[in-house]
Design a protein around this ligand. Sequence first.
Ligand code: ADP
Ligand code: MG
Length: 183
Amino acid sequence: MISILNLQLQKISNDQFKATFQYSINRVTTIARVHDKLLKSKNLNKIAVHDYIVNIIDDLKIIYTSLYAIDMQINVDKNICMDMDQTQALGLIINELITNSNKYAFTKEANNIINLTIKNKEDLICFEYSDNGVGFNMDTVNKKDFIGITLIQRLANQLGTQATITSKTGMHISFSFKSKLKV
Ligand SMILES: Nc1ncnc2c1ncn2[C@@H]1O[C@H](COP(=O)(O)OP(=O)(O)O)[C@@H](O)[C@H]1O
Ligand SMILES: [Mg+2]
């Protein structure tokens, strides 16, 4: 299915439409990866989040590899497990964030860094993502309804929380939530 979409992508000549189509493929790939992981897991609704995240980040690296050199600092606790819905929501959030960092934050000359940390803290899962790019003005971003930022907030709501997004130098987002998995 994804290879069919990629074939269609090659045929599109309008650059803006091509980019939009590429983002749609990325979202579908991120969702498909969850099913990939489920098929390989013994428990049909329990996903090892670390492996899943490494997979989707590898997918995105291939897509954005030609743009900028980026130092990706990924720090995800290996023992975090979540159900399918939560994993999917988290994957889509990461997809939007990495896409935005690649699209807006970085330049060719800079020392570009993305940091993603997901840690267990007592009964919560703490998520933190930042880039050291050009940043943005929160007021302008809040005033318009941008699809990516709106999607991120909705997905955070689905996880049972609200995301705090700030931009002083670069961009920073954090939130914490409870895994719905009964252990
Ligand atoms: N990591 C980032 N660095 C700099 N600017 C950003 C970053 N993420 C988002 N932005 C700014 O916030 C706006 C809203 O992002 P988003 O909702 O994903 O919309 P879109 O990507 O469709 O433009 C972007 O147009 C961009 O100006
Ligand atoms: Mg975006």
